[in-house]
Write a protein that binds this ligand. Sequence first.
Ligand code: ATP
Length: 214
Amino acid sequence: MPAPTSFEASIEIDSVTAGYRQGSPVLDGLSLGMNEPGLYRVAGSNGSGKSTLLELISGFLEPWAGSVRLCGIDAGSPDARHVRSVCRTTPALYPSMTVHDHLALAARSRQVGPEAGLARLARYGLEDWAEQPVSMLSTGNIRKLWLLMCTVADTPVVAIDEPFNGMDVRGIEALIDELGEWAQHKVVVLISHTVPEQLAVRHSFVFKQEGGSL
Ligand SMILES: Nc1ncnc2c1ncn2[C@@H]1O[C@H](COP(=O)(O)OP(=O)(O)OP(=O)(O)O)[C@@H](O)[C@H]1O
């Protein structure tokens, strides 16, 4: 498997039908391409299928029909793990484990050194919490830690679901800066009802209520 940086960043969703219950697709014949680095916003009403798109990109959900390809690799293939970072809305953390140890665990699971993740702690204003167990963190700081963990690896595809929810000004500014940096060379999918005006969005996909169509 070549190093992730040698991949051309892209997401190709081709005629995808997918859902959770047979006969009731959430997305029906969806096609969209994100073929150049940049920030791609996904918006739309509650229940229109935005997080379902994220689960297709994550490889958790298999399309019933059509294909999802990340940098040319099928999203369901084990190789796709090396090219994507996915951040869901619900953090999965261990209450008694420290912030530092969570970052170290995330780095190890992605086979990267812990330095990069630890350096970002200060950027998000979490440096004073490094040795505290997660049970001591506020909701917003938990979300910051979760974001740092999910994006610890340098991958050409990044998909994040509602990252601004619950973040303070420092966190929002840090994330705006990082999203801008990533968008120079990665395909960044941002599921968000609101987008800070400082962010340059390459394209917005707006899902309609029924059937996840655009
Ligand atoms: N795990 C699941 N099992 C069954 N149905 C699900 C599951 N996840 C989502 N759904 C259904 O799929 C549809 C689309 O949900 P999804 O979470 O993708 O929408 P969304 O656009 O992200 O919504 P929101 O803006 O509220 O986050 C909804 O009808 C939802 O109830």
